[in-house]
Design a protein around this ligand. Sequence first.
Ligand code: NAD
Length: 488
Amino acid sequence: MVTKTKVQAIDCRHFIGGQYVEIEEGKSFENINPATEEVLGLVAEGGKAEVDLAVKAARKALKGPWKDATLEERSKILRKVGDLILERQEELARLECLDTGKPLSLTNTIDIPRAAYNFHHFADYIISVGTEAYQQEDRNALHYSVRKPVGVVGIIKPWNLPLLLLTWKLAPALGMGNTAVIKPAEWTPMTATVLMEILKDAGVPDGVVNLVHGFGPNSAGGAISEHPDVDAISFIGEPSTGSAIMKAGAATLKKLSFELGGKNPNIIFADADLDEVVETTIRSSFINQGQVCLCGSRIYVERPAYEAFLEKFVAKTKELTVGKPFEEGTNVGSLVSKEHYERVLSYVEIAREEGGTFLTGGNRPKGLEKGYYLEPTIITGLDRNSRCVREEIFGPVVTVVPFDTEEEVIEQANDTHYGLSASIWTNDVRRAHRVAHQIEAGMVWVNTWFLRDLRTPFGGMKHSGIGRTGGMHSIDFYSELSNITIKL
Ligand code: NAD
């Protein structure tokens, strides 16, 4: 059964100083629906001039009513934003679906509820946080610290979980009293545009949050990264972009938080419960068309379980329905754009040229002639130095490799510039701890995947990121500590 698209796509305007800005002629680009290749609408294209206006508005707002808002008042506003996101869940879920091509079932159960929860979580968290205080008896002094906003925060976002990741950064930034200039990914601009109205309705004062659409270099992203009045950049995206942003921000010493790519290993020992492993591995491989930074794209299976795992994994993968995002029963939707689709297909070609064995997938699904669809793809027989095994594909493509010893699999798992996450499957508690401790990744899951508690540190090591967010780590990034010493 096909569910009709009940929501109209919108043109995406900048939002500066509390107002949407009309799209200027000649300064826009088309927003394409990746599931149909049709034009959804126009997106304003901002550059230096628009970013400058947005940064000026954000700077001014730092001195306005936002400066006097108490922590409790900001917490109430965050809560209200979360409530309003839930009130508009259906509309937001459908817009996210149109922009990304992911299944509506996903935007309805993960993207939008989690976006609301990001605000609800930080509404509670910020009011529970204290600061340090030391009484120094021999000097008869009292030291205590207070938190102040960092200032204007530039928030530059990827396209894979548009509203979820934007709110993950914006909620703590606002909670700590900062103002913001946001640049959503060029391929997925709609939900961020609607969020501006929600923020206004929730009582966020004008100028506190500004939005400029556009691209990266020589466009809105580049302009935010180099703007002298932007104090911090919170970036999620590719490592090479992180490096460009770091260079651009170096002259003005911006504070940086980077969540970057991953090439995450799933390590499956033969004693694990195979049915549970397969069920979760299907998710960790193909959810959101494999376009989640935490997806496990390198699967290592201990040799005694290798054949049995593959048999079940391939059979379950073949049961997945690749289909239109709004169609009921769709498990896997379209990839996000033509450019990204071609990039993912180029890795499929590499695997073919290198003699990889395709156990399933590798082709456009039958009956889906338009849109950027690819069957979930499982490849074996590739050399560990293959680009498909080493580079982040960010699509529904996984490689599976057998291993014989714990040492060997740890060495292979760590043989990468990335260090975002890993998932280990075993019922041997000692081995679980032993292996987890040796994996070079910011997040290691044992007998599960993507089980999140927003208080825990989230982020990557090596080229997968700089710094951590979540709970106290977000509070630390979005505030400056000022220590006050009093001679008693
Ligand atoms: P990307 O780096 O190409 O783009 C991200 C954003 O940066 C976009 O808004 C883009 O316009 C902007 N940008 C590009 N070049 C820029 C420049 N020179 N200066 C300033 N801004 C610039 O990444 P993407 O393709 O949108 O997203 C996919 C990547 O994001 C993958 O590597 C994925 O693993 C990563 N990611 C990481 C996490 C995490 O939490 N670690 C989460 C989601 C996605």
